[in-house]
Design a protein around this ligand. Structure first.
Ligand SMILES: *Cc1c(COP(=O)(O)O)cnc(C)c1O
Length: 394
């Protein structure tokens, strides 16, 4: 083994451990749910993306167990070889119906979907306009394509419009945004984005990973939230968050786009097909998500309650509606210290600090689920109240 490489990596890891600290994964000892077992303790879980509580829904788990018995574990082949089962098509149809698109195509994850989308559709004659806070997978997927790439400041519609006007030379222009941004839970201004897309004849691509199943009366996502169902041209999303939390991603949109992805998209073609068990679980989760608007109503009511409770305690909680609640601590180690105090008090949340968020915007991210009980929400609020003592004197 080349010692120069190992030496360089060791030096960089040492530096990192001094500056940002090394990530250490938490090891969880229980199934996903509103509580988690960690290090022999039971913590109330406000750190997962299981917004509707479907990861622990008995129908989802039963369907997956049945599928495992009837169809086996995996398929040991790609979709384009002998890896496709009927459930893959059923799931794609259910996703398309959920989000109001013509068709949809499955990927192993939304990360893969975003890696496979742009390269398949675009060439060097095209321009992509991308929000500065877009998810890492969108950034990488756009880079993989050979299109010209412009990043506009987060949610800055004026800059976006300037860049649209400047890129009239392009064969195609794509506006790319998260539907809901994962750090702040803020919702993209789809009415304005859609209007700009129409005016400049651009294609609007939305990654709705944090919104599918969660926002809109039927769970169709951010577009439905604004009463704009059908106005997003291409939608990408995940099955690993609200829709059962298993794994999988998708692109949904017009037939010509979805069919093109099936023909040429590399992370669709050159990889193993989704395990049928996961597909059955996601299909079941989607059926429940569609049939149960009360889960979304419950989630919204719980989110509103906890946002209000945290604000009443004096925390800086920017306005918003999504179950991602950012609690801004802003300076130095405050977010980490409050998260540690909460953990000692039986509440699991994560502090987000530099480089994940800019210096001065350190925060704790709280994620509410429809599965949280009133007691669990009150426990969290009380723990946040007690944790204020670590901020005294700062
Ligand atoms: C979580 C997330 C992804 C990644 O989804 P996976 O299916 O877990 O790969 C992609 N985009 C956004 C906006 C996300 O929030």
């Amino acid at each position: 083994m080349n010692v120069t490489l190992l030496h360089r990596l060791r030096t960089e890891l040492d530096q990192r451990s001094v500056t940002t600290g090394l990530r250490r994964d938490l090891v969880v000892s229980s199934p996903q749910g509103p509580t988690l077992g960690v290090d022999g303790e039971t913590l109330v879980n406000f750190a997962a993306n299981d917004y509707l509580g479907l990861a622990e829904h008995p129908d989802v788990l039963d369907a997956a167990q049945r599928a495992l018995r009837e169809m086996g574990l995996g398929v040991s082949a790609g979709r384009v070889l002998c890896g496709t089962r009927a459930v893959h098509g059923e799931l794609e149809a259910a996703i398309a119906e959920l989000v109001g698109a013509d068709d949809a195509v499955l990927y192993g994850s939304c990360f893969d979907a975003n890696l496979g989308l742009f390269d398949a559709l675009l060439g060097p004659q095209d321009v992509v306009l991308s929000d500065a806070l877009n998810h890492a997978s969108l950034i990488d997927g756009i880079r993989l394509s050979r299109a010209e790439r412009h990043v506009f400041a987060h949610a800055d519609l004026d800059e976006l419009e300037r860049r649209l006007a400047e890129s009239a030379h392009a064969r195609h222009r794509l506006i790319v945004t998260d539907g809901v941004f994962s750090m702040d839970g803020d919702i993209a201004a789809l009415p304005q984005l859609s209007e700009l897309a129409q005016r400049y004849d651009a294609v609007l691509v939305v990654d709705d990973s944090h919104a599918t199943g969660v926002l809109g009366a039927t769970g169709a996502g951010t577009a439905e939230h604004f009463g704009l169902a059908g106005r997003v041209d291409v939608l990408t999303g995940t099955l690993g968050k609200a829709l059962g939390g298993g794994a999988g991603g998708f692109v949904a949109g017009p037939r010509a786009i979805v069919e093109t992805l099936r023909q040429v998209s590399r992370p669709y073609i050159f990889t193993n097909a989704m395990a049928p068990t996961l597909a059955v679980a996601a299909l079941t989760a989607i059926r429940i998500a569609r049939a149960r608007p009360d889960l979304r109503e419950r989630l919204a009511a719980k989110t509103t309650w906890l946002r209000g409770a945290l604000r009443d305690l004096g925390y800086d909680v920017p306005p918003g509606e999504h179950p991602i609640i950012p609690v801004m601590l802003r300076e130095g180690s405050a977010a980490r210290d409050v998260a540690a105090a909460l953990r000692r008090d039986g509440v699991l949340v994560f502090a987000l600090s530099h480089p994940v968020v800019p210096v001065g915007e350190e925060r704790i991210r709280v994620q509410v689920s429809a599965a949280h009980t009133a007691d669990q929400l009150e426990h969290a609020a009380a723990a946040f109240g007690r944790a204020r003592s670590v901020l005294v004197g700062r």
